[in-house]
Write a protein that binds this ligand. Structure first.
Ligand code: NDP
Length: 331
């Protein structure tokens, strides 16, 4: 049995030396009410960077010397549990271990005949819920409006854009490579895309892609990309602040927004979004996502990295944009 612990809190961009692999050869034996789980798929996510620091946030930080945890799909190898049986596949937040004992709390049975197991960490998991609930609860999209999405070719962004298309919006995605832009417009039905790495004047590029202005901004990245979008918002625009990956590794506190005048003059709404605030809506939202998936109105893509050893590097690669769609490690 192997585990990955947080060796030290990263300063700036995390590196491989912030993680440590542990090995334990003792046999895992379960008691009444317990399960023995074998990890199959591990979700790596940008938000884990926040939990690696000890700054106060909406969830407690990881402890140094303890395993890191994230969304995992695991197979039940042995069970003395009332609900879950050997052979079942379960999804939930679990520590980065190859095998582990659990009392089943917080875990949900998933059906591998309904969707591939990895989908329960993406479109049918927190990723899909974040996209759907962020867009509908804060964005309140109306047909004919224009939405801009940053981090558009990532896990959340690629789903947001497709839902916005289903709702009848003009959809513009911002991402870091031409290949990603091509995927957004050709495979996912986005109306336009902007490669921020090859665009000198983002303000002008957004203006050109959104001639009627921006009604909704789904922000996954923060920083200068977001400032450029804000220069183009319409009256009563809504901005979903879902993430800010471009500043997660900053070592100094960001200075205040200088775009407030654009919010004032447009009576715009900017709201931070945390998916867990909407937990009571998860069942209904999951049902909607599964139905769009079944009807092929919603597609998804994944970048699957193989091997327990590669969990830290897959996580680090998120900050270099190595993924298209959901980054997942298959064990
Ligand atoms: P992604 O799949 O989008 O992966 C991260 C992507 O961010 C990369 O592929 C990369 O794409 C882009 N990126 C990396 N560095 C930068 C940078 N400096 N500037 C601009 N883009 C960058 O991750 P997720 O879909 O899982 O998460 C997206 C965002 O949503 C994150 O900020 C995350 O923290 C947040 N989130 C928030 C939740 C909530 O409840 N609030 C829940 C889940 C996610 P590219 O090649 O385009 O640069």
């Amino acid at each position: 049995n192997r585990a990955i612990i947080l060796k030290q809190r990263p300063v700036g961009k995390p590196t491989a030396s912030d993680f440590e692999f542990l090995k334990d050869d003792s046999e895992l034996t379960i008691k009444d009410g317990e399960l023995l789980l074998e990890t199959n798929y591990v979700s790596v996510d940008p938000y884990l960077r926040g939990r690696m620091s000890d700054a106060k946030s909406y969830i407690p930080p990881f402890e140094v010397g303890k395993p890191i945890s994230s969304g995992i799909v695991a197979k039940v190898i042995a069970s003395k549990h009332n609900t879950f049986k050997a052979g079942d596949y379960l999804a939930g937040m679990l520590p980065w271990k190859t095998q582990q004992i659990s009392n089943g709390e917080g875990l949900t049975k998933v059906n591998k005949d309904l969707a591939p197991l990895s989908a329960y960490l993406g479109v049918l998991g927190l990723t899909g819920l974040t996209a759907y609930l962020g867009l509908t609860e804060i964005g309140k999209p109306k047909a004919g409006e224009t939405i801009v999405i940053s981090g558009a070719a990532g896990a959340v962004g690629s789903i947001v854009g497709q839902i916005a298309k289903i709702k009848g919006l003009r959809v513009i995605g911002i991402a870091g490579t031409n290949e990603k832009i091509e995927m957004l417009t050709s495979d996912f039905g986005f109306d336009a895309g902007i490669n921020y790495n090859e665009t000198k004047d983002m303000n002008a590029a957004i203006k050109a892609a959104a001639p009627n202005g921006v009604d909704i901004y789904f922000d996954n990245v923060g920083g200068p990309i977001s400032d450029a979008v804000l220069f183009n918002i319409n009256k009563f625009a809504r901005m979903i602040i879902c993430g800010a990956i471009s500043v997660y590794n900053n070592t100094e506190l960001p200075t205040g927004l200088s775009v407030q005048p654009f919010l004032v003059k447009n009576s715009a709404l900017m709201q931070g979004f945390i998916v867990s605030n909407y937990a009571e809506k998860f069942p209904e939202a999951t049902k909607q996502l599964a139905s769009w998936l079944a009807d092929e109105k919603l597609k998804y893509t994944e970048t699957i990295v193989e091997g327990f050893d590669n969990i830290p590097s897959a996580f680090l690669d998120l900050f270099d944009g190595k993924n298209k769609g959901k980054m997942i490690v298959k064990i």
